[in-house]
Design a binder for this molecule. Structure first.
Ligand code: MRU
Length: 405
């Protein structure tokens, strides 16, 4: 189904009919097209091609893909399907994207559930256990994002009060971490949503208010330009798109100069996460690490507390990987070179209509390209890790994170 109606619903799962459809995010922001996912293979392709993306969303789609695969098999079953075969397919699905731990966490949980049924073949009992898990994963993600939003808003509000900050402020974010990357509301963008709801100029009961958001374009896949701007526009939160390489200049002009105008300094950089390891090191979209180093540079120049910029990571606990001690051990996905050397999108006609999809070259053909999809921000550059539970990670005076839950 294709339309121009805007939506923030990335995943549609019909719990009665057991049907899964995902919003094709490769076609956003120009058209709203849902595509059916009917098997583990469909799920694998949609995740790998990034028709669905964002750590929580890919885990949910992966889990639902296992459910529909199992359901469709049971409807048509003419022979036995050993559970070992299903587990093999799930292992294959895990390999679709390696960095975000949510997918592996969810699918490994499902494998454990399958084994715990003690069934030899895929049957109704196995299917019921998988359905229950996947629907709970979706529902919990939504509920947890609302909590992340609230905790993030509280952190922002408390920080500004402690700093005795007054007036308008701005936030920088990268990639897309909103409704489209989750089951709804979002993580980092969820914090921005919740903060804007309580601290917009019109709604704020404090001496400060959120005036503006700056989403980074997020090269090479442009999740910021295509998806975050789509969500901010949808929500009517004031924003201005910037390229990834404009961040230092932006902060310099908004924060550093003694500008006596209405400019609202950047006070927070809020990012999502694909994997947070035991010591707090965080893998997220490529470009996140440099944002943290930029914040550190400016903070070293600022003399007053009220000038400081805080770097916040927002993620559900399903993004935490306690098996990995250190960020160096995170496997970083490398993606194809054409994501850097070409641009694909629809022709925008003068009439305003959207035309044929086109791929154009933007680099010298045949060159060598490095395209890591993520980077790792060292924990010492992170001020706070916000999850659905308060204070999962606490920071000590030496800048070390400790797990408290
Ligand atoms: O490659 P993507 O688009 O899947 O990367 C997504 C990100 O890095 C997000 O910031 C992260 O997954 C958090 S989503 C709530």
């Amino acid at each position: 189904m294709t339309s121009t109606t805007k939506t923030l619903e990335a995943i549609k799962f019909d719990r009665k009919e057991i049907k899964l459809e995902i919003l094709d995010q490769l076609l956003l922001p120009y058209s709203t097209t849902y595509i059916p996912i009917k098997s583990i293979e469909d799920g694998f392709q949609a995740i790998k091609l990034m028709q669905v993306r964002g750590a929580p969303a890919i885990a949910i789609v992966g889990a639902f893909a296992v459910v529909v695969d199992t359901y469709i098999y049971l409807q048509a079953a003419t022979s036995n399907r050993p559970i070992g075969e299903l587990i093999k397919s799930i292992d294959y699905l895990i390999t679709s994207r390696p960095t975000a731990v949510n997918l592996a966490n969810a699918l490994n949980d499902m494998k454990t559930l399958i084994v715990e049924t003690e069934c030899e073949n895929v049957n109704e009992k196995v299917y019921r256990a998988l359905l229950h898990y996947a629907t709970a994963l979706y529902d919990d993600d939504l509920a947890n994002n609302i909590k992340i939003g609230y905790h993030g808003y509280k952190y922002i509000s408390d920080t500004l009060k402690q700093q005795n900050f007054k007036g308008p402020f701005s936030i920088i974010t990268i990639c897309n971490t909103g409704s489209l990357a989750t089951s709804g509301h979002g993580t980092a963008l969820g914090i921005i949503r919740s903060t804007y709801q309580s601290l917009s100029k019109e709604n704020s009961n404090e001496e400060f208010y959120l005036q503006h958001v700056y989403p980074c374009e997020t090269r090479p896949y442009n999740q910021g330009a295509k998806l975050t701007t789509y969500e901010l526009d949808y929500e009517q939160i004031p924003f201005t798109l910037i390229c990834d390489n404009m961040v230092s200049s932006l902060i310099n002009s908004l924060n550093s100069k003694q500008v006596k105008d209405q400019s609202a300094p950047i006070k927070f950089i809020i990012v999502g996460a694909d994997r947070i390891v035991k010591n707090g090191d965080t893998a997220n979209k490529i470009g996140t690490f440099q944002l943290s180093t930029i914040a550190k540079y400016f903070n070293s120049k600022f003399t007053k507390e009220e000038q400081k910029i805080k770097f916040i990571v927002a993620a559900p606990k399903t993004t935490i990987d306690l098996q990995t001690q250190h960020g160096d051990d995170i496997v970083i996905e490398e993606r194809p070179s054409n994501e850097l050397t070409t641009l694909t999108g629809p022709v925008l006609k003068q009439s305003g209509d959207v035309g044929e999809k086109l791929t154009v070259g933007i680099a010298t053909p045949g060159i060598s390209v490095w395209n890591p999809a993520f980077d790792v921000t060292p924990h010492e550059l992170i001020d706070s890790i916000v999850t659905e539970d308060e204070q999962v990670y606490t920071k000590d005076a030496n800048g070390e994170f400790h797990l408290t839950k």
